[in-house]
Design a protein around this ligand. Sequence first.
Ligand SMILES: N[C@@H]1[C@@H](O)[C@H](O)[C@@H](COP(=O)(O)O)O[C@@H]1O
Length: 241
Amino acid sequence: MRIYKAKNYDEMSRQAANVISAQVIMKPNCVLGLATGSSPLGTYKQLIDWNNKGDLDFSGVKTVNLDEYKGLTKENDQSYYYFMYNNLFKHINIDLKNTNIPDGTEPDSAIECARYNRVIDDIGGIDLQLLGIGHNGHIGFNEPDSEFAKMTHCVDLTESTIEANKRFFASIDDVPRQAYTMGIKTIMQAKKILLIASGADKARILREALCGPVTPQVPASILQLHNDVIVVADEAAMAEF
Ligand SMILES: N[C@@H]1[C@@H](O)[C@H](O)[C@@H](COP(=O)(O)O)O[C@@H]1O
């Protein structure tokens, strides 16, 4: 595991974007695993900038996103589809047919999880998976549990996640209670993983995930067992190292 300390959010974003762009340059038809949340926004802005300047080409890139709220449509401005489309895809030269996100409108969890597992299989696995980290150590929407969930599944979001994500919704009652998420095994099968973290509120969990025991109670702790992880975190998030 390599850990890079960045001065602040902007530097973290630039460093993370460097890793992603290196991947795309080395393998123009690579599969990127993408994440949502406030952490990757700056990274996406940097990638958009390089793409618009003609320095980075996404025409051969395929993407799979980690997760989606169950029950939200693509048009809902809190859906992860909406986030990805508006914060990345519509600004770069990626073919939308090559982008994949769980379908939040499929009410049958078994159908949607099986479909998404097939999508990931058919695409041939993930070259580089970008991850943020939740305050309770969740990655994607893999919440603390008694065991590591392997494949795509439907999760009941914890109160702390609902609380953390309510800032994006009109009221806490509007925050969906369930989500589809890629499983831990799928994430761990990515060839390379890039974890980003910013801000003092991530300091405790970042230390616990990277230096504490490997336990499904802190889902991100499993990253200690992956042999190619890059962590880029800013000084505030690294405060407990
Ligand atoms: N499902 C997402 C995660 O993929 C994300 O990593 C996490 C942290 O978000 P943020 O980067 O906004 O702190 O929150 C959400 O719950």
